[in-house]
Structure formats: C-alpha cells, structure tokens
Design a protein around this ligand. Sequence first.
Ligand code: DGL
Length: 280
Amino acid sequence: MTNSSLISPTAPIGIFDSGVGGLTVARELFKLLPHEDIVYFGDVGRYPYGGRSKEIITQFTRQDIAFLLENDVKFIICACNSASSVALEELQDDYELSIVGVIEPGARAAVERTSNGRVGIIGTHATIGSNAYAGCIHRIDPKIKVFSLACPLFVPLAEEGYIDQEATYLIARDYLQTMHDVEIDALVLGCTHYPLLKNVIAEVMGEKVTLIDSGEETARVALQSLTDAGLLRTTGPDSGMPKGVRKYFVSDVPEKFSKVATRFLGELLDKVTRVDISGY
Ligand code: DGL
C-alpha cells in the first residue's frame, strides 16, 4: 500500500472501465461502502477493449488512470478484466497510489471455492489470451486445473439487454458445453458484463458449479485494503452518514451510457460528464 498518511480518507475512490460494464463492480462497491464518494470513468469512446492488443489496452489504461489521478482519488479500481489482465501488473509499479484489478480477487475466490480442483474462466479474448487468471490461480495453488474460454458474444448481449432471452440461452449452451465436459465445479465470470447473465449461465452450468463474480470479490478486497490503510471514510454501511457523491465521466456522448447504466447499476445516474481522454 501507498504512504497513506499523505492521502485523505475523504477523497473519492476512482473506478475505471472500457465503458459501462465496470458499473457491475461499482454496484458491489456501493453495497459495501455506500458513503464513499466515487469518480467513475467509462471509456465508451474507445470501447470495447476486449478484442484489442496489449499495447493499445496498456496505453488506454495509462490515460484512464491519469484522468482519475487528476480527480484526486485515494484508491483506484481497474474494473475492466481485459485491462486488469494485460496492462495492470506492468503499470502498477509506476504509481504511488494503490491500484487494484479484478483478476487476483476472482482467482483467490476460485481457489477457495473449488472442491474438485477444476476451475473454469470465461472472459474476453484479451483476458483469456493473457492467461492472467490461470497464472494467478497457479501461483496460489499449482495443482488446480484451469480451463479458459473466451465468450465475446456475452458482452453485446448484456449491453443490449438480452439477459434471459432464448438467443442468450442458445449461445450460452453452445459456449459452455466444453466447460461441462471438463467437469469444473467453479466458474469465474471474468468480464464486467457477465454478472448480468448470471441466471442464464447458472442454469446452463447446473447447480454443482459455483459462479464467481470477480467484481463482487474486488469490492471486498477494496474494502479490506482501504480499512488496512486507514483510508475508509466511514466505519460501515450503518454509520448514519449520507450516501457518497457519485460522479460519472465518459469519453463520448453520455446518452447511451446513461441509458445502459441504469440496467447495470439498478439506479438512475444523476449526471454524466464527457471528457476528452486523448489529452491525458
Ligand atoms: N470491460 C471489459 C472486460 O471486463 C468488457 C468489455 C470490453 O471488451 O471492453 O473485459
């Protein structure tokens, strides 16, 4: 952790993602830390990251972090699995502030919850191609067998609101058949959008498979890290303080983001501001 004596506990937490998907992580954070101020940046103008190269995702990630730092955040969450997988490890040392990604929290939870030592990972092409989840799981427990699979169509389905339509079941059955065949008992939802499809994925995989939501795990890690560093704004959800101020920024016109965000977050956003991310 950073030299936290220089950072104010009243400063906001920064969260960034390639777009709207990171709101599934923000949602989990709001449940645990409702009184924290949040600055959210969604790079909708350059979305999606999941099919891009390491070089480009790393460049975008640097700019996203620079924007949040300019907003004087006390802690940063990289909600995007693709950015966390390919860019974060190498970038983290360049910053004094703590930046957590979603890979390690998801990987740890998978190791803890598998009983048969067979874990599945689903995510974008960038996340799966990076092998970041498998690497992290094997650092914790080399004996675990990891089966990874890119499910890129889940992202537009979630974004377009196809969360329990027949088309979504068809695609899910097709994608996840191989995960059935290898008899995993834990499946990491390694992409911001997949928690929206949890019901479909759970039904297709069956009740013997535990689904692991990396966003949920990351929110817990953020709470723990802030507590350890003495950077929590309040003592807990019942502290009697008002809800934190939540500011949203995007790199293209805010209208589509605002519309889709309501579905991802389960609440209306007060205000979304456009920023020129190319200047960072
Ligand atoms: N946020 C991305 C992720 O979690 C999914 C969308 C994209 O490809 O940018 O990997």
